[in-house]
Each structure stands twice: as structure tokens, then as C-alpha cells.
Write a protein that binds this ligand. Sequence first.
Ligand SMILES: Nc1ncnc2c1ncn2[C@@H]1O[C@H](COP(=O)(O)OP(=O)(O)O)[C@@H](O)[C@H]1O
Ligand SMILES: N[C@@H](CCOP(=O)(O)O)C(=O)O
Length: 342
Amino acid sequence: MPKKFLIRVPASTANLGPGFDALGAALSLHLVLTATLTPKVATTITYTGPTPCSTVPLHPFLNMITRTAIYLATAHNTTLPRMALHIANPIPLGRGLGSSGAAVVGGLVLANLACGLGLDKARLLDHCIAFEGHPDNVAASLFGGAVAGLMVRDVRQVHVDLCKWESDVEELAAADAEGAGPVPPVPALEAGPIGLHVRVPVSEAIRCVVVVPRFELSTKLARSVLPETYSRPDVVFNLSRTAVLVAALGAATPNPVIIREAMRDRVHQYYRRSLVPGMSDVLEMADVEGLLGVCVSGSGPTAIAFATAGFEEIGAKMRTIFGKAVGADGEGSTAGGSRQDP
Ligand SMILES: Nc1ncnc2c1ncn2[C@@H]1O[C@H](COP(=O)(O)OP(=O)(O)O)[C@@H](O)[C@H]1O
Ligand SMILES: N[C@@H](CCOP(=O)(O)O)C(=O)O
């Protein structure tokens, strides 16, 4: 019997407003990987998913999932076994719903299983953070539910080294059609813990409404517009709101006045909103029955509302505001749970 693995990884919404690079929540939309080991046949990748903009490469060195898996195998002095991999990905790319975080988590879990590495999730989180540079989206996708994460160490250097390794591997793909050739040595990751996380309890009453604009916004670009330093009032603005938000989300009956104010942010949304026509107005939305608050999902361009009722009306209002800003209707209002992921 060929060895087969099925891996499901949830999409995520990161930051939740003020918790930049710290808070995240899994969403009920899943990347599904089906891998069948094929020792005698070269690795093949097939992909299905709504990708109206970017296309997903199918070479093992170019595809983010297999490249990440190859990294983890190489880091443990072994080789990723040959396989037939099918990627079913409903998570829209480059929209702030954690597609890259889910791909990294999926790739690491795939290598951990296929190579029999036996790493625990805490160590997988360390490797995820080395790829993404922040723990929020990957911790949500790895552990499910809503999470708060932190980095024990500064991983900027290993993140830069890993980006360089990824581009070296991509260059190799041009010369090696099968992608089974020698892999350059990977940057060493120091012993953990590098990342720590805790679960954030969220009221059973809270659901998410997301409106996904029709264009991609890469996380890299959305991070490049952020300043290097912040003023003390802005830092205190976000610290106080993050602390209040984390406590307020768990209340059995969520308080809309508190949550609305606690979801405001001065660290990233202020700088990113000009990249997304209509976002400023969507963030100011109020007075809809059941609405708790609205924020940018991850690095955008998606907007996400937390609500206890009125989901259709909230989605319609968000679409209308986006539509007015771009002169056309926004895309796909979807109600989805931010509750614990299985
Ligand atoms: N399932 C996948 N398979 C391969 N590559 C993926 C997959 N999901 C995401 N990616 C890569 O990640 C990029 C998007 O990452 P990013 O800019 O961080 O946006 P997002 O907010 O969606 O995470 C895509 O353009 C693609 O290169
Ligand atoms: N904290 C990060 C989160 C990026 O999430 P993504 O879903 O856009 O990949 C950021 O805000 O840059």
C-alpha cells in the first residue's frame, strides 16, 4: 500500500486590528494537501483553487509548499520523498487571509510526516516564524482557534538568510527540471523556543464577515509602507487596545462599544489603508445591528468584521462602501467562523 497523507490547514486573519504581528485567528476555510509517496516516480504537483490573479508554480523547487517541505527535510539531513501531491486551495492568494502562512504550515507538516521527523508543533512554529518573520498568522494556522504569539528571539537574520536560500533554490529549478537535484545547505535555526503562543478565548457568539477585494496585495509590499519606529502615544494606543481586545473577545456577551474601540490601530492600518480604496470608510463602519468592529485582515486588502448578528447586512454594507470607492462592486462577502478549528 502506498503511504498517503491528508493535511488540512486553516486560513487565518492576522492582527485583529491593534495586535500587529501578535494576534491571529483561524478561519473556516482550509488548504487541503493530499500526498501519496511514489518512490519510483518523480514528484508531481497538481493544484486546484480560485487563482484569478497569480498562478501557482508546480515545480517542487518553485512551489511554496514543497520548497518549504524540502527546507525542513534538508535541515534534518534527509530528502523529501518523491510524491504525488495534490493541493486543493480555496484560500485566495495575496488577500490577507493567510494563504502563504497556510502554505508554510502545510509544507512543514508535510515534511514532518513524510520524513518521519517527529517534530512537535512548538518546533514547527519556530520554523514557520523563520519563514514568515512573525508568529500571528502561522500560529493560527498551525494551532487553530484564536491565538496570541510572540517571538522570544529576533529572527530577522535567519529570515533574510532563508529568503536568500529560497531564491537560490528557485534558480536551481531552471537547471533541474525534476527538482530532485542537490539542495543548497539551509540556514541553521537555533534551538527553540523561538516562538511562544497561547490560545485566546473567543465568545461562541462571535462570527466573522470578510469582504475580499478583487486585487492582490503582497504582504511584502504591505509591510514596506510601515515605519521603522513609532511614537510613544501610538505604542500606548495599540498596547492598551490589544490588552482590552483580548479580554473583551472572551466575554460571553461581547460588548460592541468596547470591542469597536479596542479594534482601532495606529501601527499598520493607518499606513496601509491608502493601498486599498475604500478601506478607511469600511474601518469607520458603525451602527449596524450585531456589528462589533472592523479591521484589515492580515496585511490586506481584505476587510474583516466581527459580529454577533446581521452578517448579510454587514457584508452588503462593506461591499457597497468598497464598491463606491472603486466604482464597481467589491467581491465575495462570506460569513465564516473564527471559532476553534478542528
Ligand atoms: N497553496 C499555495 N501553494 C503555493 N504557493 C502559495 C500557496 N498559497 C500562497 N502561496 C504563495 O504566497 C503568495 C501570497 O503570499 P502573501 O503575499 O503573504 O499573501 P497572503 O496574505 O495571501 O498570505 C502567493 O502569491 C503565492 O506565491
Ligand atoms: N502581521 C502580518 C500578517 C500578515 O498576514 P497575511 O495574511 O497578509 O499573510 C502583517 O500584518 O504583515
